[in-house]
Design a protein around this ligand. Structure first.
Ligand SMILES: Cc1cc2nc3c(=O)[nH]c(=O)nc-3n(C[C@H](O)[C@H](O)[C@H](O)COP(=O)(O)OP(=O)(O)OC[C@H]3O[C@@H](n4cnc5c(N)ncnc54)[C@H](O)[C@@H]3O)c2cc1C
Length: 494
């Protein structure tokens, strides 16, 4: 053990400028590791304590330089470049309990990573302990009870693949390598959400390791306060090691894909979207996006469709889309549901940094349509994307206090992204999108907790709306020391 940790320290010698800097900041002293505490203070993790932690795990303890460390610390937003002092890759709830206990006893900064899709990079950290759940994956479907049991580090692809194999589905997001963990705990919009509710509306139980290092089973009868809080409160209360989802029968074939128009038709398409997305049947999921790829002169505006209703009705439901403008590409066709769930899997910019502003809209009035159409041309060449993710339907029929997720009235989530090559510094791009977003903000009513950034984290309380006080009570009970703080953070008052 002594040798292994020592070897890791040697192997951690800088291989890049960024790593060099990080290793200098978080240097090892005589086999001990310097780390960062919850309050930002430097801590020393003694060699013996690291040995003890490692020996207590069935999974791996990684230090900088260990194989797998770099993949663990990285997240999908390549602009986030952080270096945890140590990483635990658990093989089960027991390892998660050890890691949580280790962090809590030392007031050590703690990050929890599932799919790594948090735009704000909340699943990695500098100098803390990262629990990387990528070693805790898998879905078991019980067709008899129509339940899926999903390990806490699983990606959406696993859930879709296993459930659909038995003619069953539940709501998942639109990119299949997103983590079930982060997506579900904060919301979970997707192609079936208007039919079956958010991903979190389908959670019937969780196993969760809370801040005291205990494994708790929460459902409507046991720990109902925690069960309520995890459905919208993000990772605030602990590490979910297993989700139980309700499943619904659905046929495999849907009608969907992308219908693309030139950016010059943005006003017409946005106006159409404003009307049609509201009156659409629950079986129709309709996103709108406008894109100005970096270095390409012509942008596009598109609608992404997934119609999962009776096939004989598809033509009538989709006909109005073709009258919204003059399409330049029609990618709508009969598709396998699991395949359409992967159709946008290459949409994330792995070699680019990105920043987003977003907010829920309860209506899309003409004034907002005009604002979009009058301004988006100017965004071309910035690598900007504007998107509306469809909400409403079954999502809005759940009372706002039934789960911790508050924004039930939204018809869509409106998102602005800017992307830039890693070689460029972020400041000008972030300043640009913040400035462009300002006139749009007045049309929004709260923002998606899964899209929390350091900026929006300052106004978390109001964002949980009438649910915040109750969330604080749950936080006081299960995480009074605010160990789980890298999220849309609920501040304990206990
Ligand atoms: C390309 C892309 C597409 C997206 N599409 C959609 C979409 O269609 N619908 C939608 O609703 N959202 C979508 N999102 C947003 C997504 O919901 C959030 O980014 C979400 O946080 C991702 O979860 P993750 O597990 O991948 O992220 P991570 O970065 O791993 O985690 C995000 C947060 O959740 C916490 N967390 C993760 N797993 C657990 C766990 N098991 N227990 C406790 N805490 C945990 C982390 O600590 C962190 O605070 C998308 C994001 C991207 C980048």
């Amino acid at each position: 053990m002594q040798t292994a940790l020592g070897a890791a320290a040697v192997a951690a010698l800088p291989t890049s400028a960024a790593l060099a800097q990080a290793v200098q900041t978080l240097s090892r002293v005589d086999g001990a590791v310097e780390a960062i505490g919850l309050d930002g203070r430097k801590l020393t993790l003694e060699h013996a304590a690291l040995e003890e932690l490692r020996d207590s795990l069935q999974g791996r303890l990684l230090l900088p330089g260990h194989e797998g460390y770099d993949a663990a610390r990285r997240v999908v937003n390549a602009g986030i470049d952080k270096y945890p002092a140590l990483v635990v890759q658990p093989t089960g709830a027991s390892d998660v309990m050890r890691a949580v206990e280790f962090a809590r006893q030392r007031d050590l900064l703690l990050a929890v990573k599932c799919g790594g899709h948090s735009y704000g990079g909340k699943s990695t950290c500098d100098g803390g302990l990262q629990i990387d759940l990528s070693t805790l994956r898998g879905t078991h479907v019980d067709a008899r009870t129509r339940r899926a049991h999903v390990a806490g580090g699983s990606l959406l692809a696993s859930l879709d693949h296993e459930a659909m194999a038995q003619g069953l589905v539940t709501t998942a997001g639109t990119v299949s390598h997103t983590g079930v963990g982060g997506l579900t705990l904060g919301g979970g919009f997707g192609r079936l959400a208007r039919r079956f509710g958010l991903a979190l509306d389908n959670v019937t139980a969780v196993d969760i390791v809370t801040a005291d290092g205990k494994l708790v089973h929460a459902n409507a009868e046991e720990h109902p306060d925690l069960y309520w809080g995890v459905r919208g409160g993000g990772g605030n209360f602990g590490v979910v090691t297993r989700f139980e989802f309700q499943l619904h029968p659905m046929k495999r074939t849907v009608v969907g894909g992308d219908l693309l128009f030139p950016l010059s038709q943005l006003r017409d398409i946005a106006r159409f979207y404003a009307d049609y997305s509201r009156q659409a049947p629950d079986e129709l999921y309709l996103d709108m996006m406008a894109n100005s790829p970096i270095g390409k002169p012509d942008g596009i505006v598109g609608m992404h469709v997934c119609y999962s209703g009776p096939e004989e009705k598809a033509e009538a439901v989709l006909a109005p889309l073709y009258k919204a403008g003059k399409p330049i590409r029609d990618g709508i066709e009969r598709r396998d549901y699991v395949a359409i769930q992967q159709i946008h899997d290459n949409s994330d910019p792995r070699n680019h940094a990105q920043y987003l502003k977003s907010g829920f809209i309860n209506e899309l009035p003409d004034a907002l349509v005009d604002l979009i159409a009058d301004n988006f041309d100017g965004f071309v060449e910035r690598g900007t994307m504007l998107a509306f993710q469809h909400a409403g339907g079954a999502i809005s029929r759940v009372p706002a206090d039934a789960t911790a997720f508050a924004q039930r009235k939204a018809i869509a989530n409106m998102l602005f992204f800017v992307r830039w090559p890693l070689a460029e510094s972020p400041e000008q791009h972030v300043a640009y999108i913040r400035e462009e977003w300002k006139p749009f903000e007045r049309f929004t009513d709260g923002w998606y907790a899964n899209e929390v950034t350091n900026e929006s984290a300052r106004v978390v309380g109001g964002n949980y709306q009438g649910n915040y006080e109750r969330l604080v009570q749950v936080k006081n009970r299960y995480d009074p020391g605010n160990l789980f703080r890298l999220n849309a953070n609920v501040q304990p008052t206990a």
